[in-house]
Design a protein around this ligand. Structure first.
Ligand code: AMP
Ligand code: MG
Length: 538
């Protein structure tokens, strides 16, 4: 098949409309990315989209209309909030999912009972829809898995010979696919971020839920609310690794890994400092520009022949959330976090909290591992469910919260049950700590403290660039614990003896702060360390 390149003139638009009415495929420009369009009510034409793209059949398509009135026949009904949302942001980069009318072909719905509809703002897209007289099913006009095309030449790279025509309408203004929101459940749910931000949705809808798949890999065995989110996506041929952290840490990391085949997907400001081939996707503080340039930048990296690409991570806020969502999939969720982590540990009563306070006062964020441990066992968490499965449902109070005493009795009964407990809680705690450290890196913190009495036991020492252990002579710890917890000497001794000895904490390479004189002296030692750390990385 010879793929025609049509101009966005009256003739070009008429020809595109004629081909579409005839059941053929035409790539059309929209303000998000180029769409591969077919008559949405012609099942054969829709099926050929999947063949041309090599797209899995369970991945549903968005139906495009050019008049709000054309929405009514596609769905079972339009609730009030859906109408208000459409009135606020249509025409524009927003897709709304509602229960589908019975005649919507199964191919369009990807086997679901719902249908996604959008009214694009691009005048050429609108003209094609109006002239063809049919709603158009149109996924992005790329081969499945590769970056979406944002101009006609990129469509041709993927679709030459596979479709009837490409209508050239210049560069796509937004550059990433539409925001997808489902209004089928109790609460509005964001399934895919795009040009319409979560804040903009909430202005009209009130609080919305953000699907876990927006920022995270789908858990094994989970079903995707938005089927497209389960596939590796938007990826160039090179292996992409997403680097989180400050600009300085990103540059240091890339330069330290400069090697044959390594390239950087960076921000404009980084270019003069990087010693590898670079492709920029915009300025660091300009998410609109990043969205506009990202997909073309990913394709340029292939043209450079890059094997490994270190990508600077965007701030996942506003439109930046859409940029982050695409990039993290292009990277198949491979994240490198460059934030410098200081692990803070030591036995009870030695003065660890006092050191943590000094860091806090210096503006260094603290990740509190004890707090994380409580959070991962809050009601309805996966970790709590796993604990119930292992130790019985009666480890819960009647309100669904964890009864720690009953769990402790069972879990510490034998070394095997204790190991079982740790095998459930430690991975959950580690994942939550990693997430908090990533969020801190996203927020621009170069340095964080991980306050963890069980740093080694949970394996969290592996996350640390430096470890501080606070220890103190036994007698001093005893009297501190007695005062702090209001208990007698025997009880304090019992508590102390349940913990490992000093040697356990003071391993090779660990900075030991011995708290054997006054609190003021300990604070002075801590301050000196902080000054040194801040000099290093800020
Ligand atoms: P694309 O047009 O290639 O950007 O893909 C459209 C995406 O919209 C799909 O991959 C889905 O993730 C999402 N989508 C479309 N229809 C539905 C639906 N009925 N329910 C949930 N997600 C949908
Ligand atoms: Mg797509």
């Amino acid at each position: 098949m010879n793929t025609q390149l049509l101009k966005p003139t009256t003739e070009g638009i008429n020809e595109a409309a004629r081909l579409l009415r005839d059941g053929q495929l035409v790539a059309v420009p929209t303000e998000t990315v180029y769409g591969l369009a077919a008559d949405a009510l012609n099942p054969k034409a829709v099926a050929s989209i999947f063949t041309a793209k090599d797209r899995p059949m369970d991945n549903p398509l968005i139906v495009h209309i050019a008049d709000i009135a054309d929405w009514t026949p596609l769905v079972k009904g339009i609730p009030h909030n859906a109408r208000r949302l459409a009135e606020a942001y249509w025409p524009g980069p927003l897709t709304i999912i509602l229960p589908a009318a019975d005649h919507i072909p199964n191919e369009v719905r990807g086997g679901l009972s719902t249908v996604a509809v959008r009214f694009p703002s691009d005048p050429v897209a609108q003209a094609v829809i109006l002239h063809s007289g049919c709603p158009l099913a149109a996924p992005s006009a790329n081969r499945s898995g590769s970056p979406s095309p944002t101009n006609a030449a990129r469509v041709m790279e993927d679709m030459q010979g596979r479709i009837a025509a490409v209508l050239d309408g210049g560069d796509s203004a937004v550059g990433v696919e539409s925001t997808v929101v489902s209004l089928c459940g109790d609460k509005p749910r964001l399934l895919r971020p795009g040009g319409i931000t979560p804040e903009m949705l909430e202005e009209v809808l009130g609080p919305i839920e953000i699907d876990e798949a927006v920022t995270h890999a789908l858990k094994k065995g989970a079903t995707a609310a938005s089927p497209g989110m389960k596939y590796k996506h938007y990826a160039p041929k090179a292996q992409v690794r997403l680097v989180k952290g400050t600009a300085a840490a990103y540059i240091d990391y890339v330069n330290a890994h400069a090697d044959d085949g390594v390239a950087a997907l960076c921000f404009d400001e980084d270019i003069p400092h990087l010693r590898v081939p670079c492709v920029s996707y915009g300025h660091r503080d300009n998410p609109l520009e990043q969205a506009h340039r990202l997909f073309d930048a990913l394709r340029q990296l292939d043209e450079l022949g890059a094997k490994t690409v270190y990508a600077a991570s965007p701030r996942p806020q506003g439109v930046g959330l859409a940029v982050y969502n695409r990039l993290i999939r292009a990277a198949a969720f491979d994240i490198i976090n460059t934030i410098r982590v200081i692990g803070l540990t030591g036995p009870t009563g030695a003065g660890k909290s006092c050191v943590a306070d000094v860091f806090r006062e210096a503006g260094v964020p603290i990740v509190d591992a004890d707090r994380v441990a409580r959070q991962v066992t809050e009601p309805n968490t996966d970790c709590l469910k796993a604990l119930c499965a292992a130790f019985g449902d009666d480890i819960l109070h009647t309100d669904g919260s964890l009864d720690r005493k009953t769990l402790a009795k069972r879990a510490f009964a034998t070394p095997e049950t204790a190991a079982l407990l740790n095998s459930i809680t430690h991975p959950a705690i580690m994942a939550a700590i990693k997430q908090q450290l990533e969020d801190l890196a996203d927020a621009g913190h170069p340095l964080a403290v991980l306050d963890a009495p069980l740093l080694y036991e949970a394996g969290a020492d592996a996350l640390c660039d430096r470890i501080l252990a606070v220890t103190a002579p036994t007698e001093m710890r005893l009297s501190r614990i007695m005062v702090r917890d209001g208990i007698d000497r025997d009880a304090a001794l019992l508590r102390m003896n349940a913990q490992p000895d000093d040697a356990f904490y003071t391993r090779d390479g660990v900075t030991v702060l011995v708290n054997d004189t006054t609190t003021e002296a300990l604070i002075e030692k801590a301050k000196a360390i902080i000054a040194d750390e801040i000099r290093r990385c800020c």
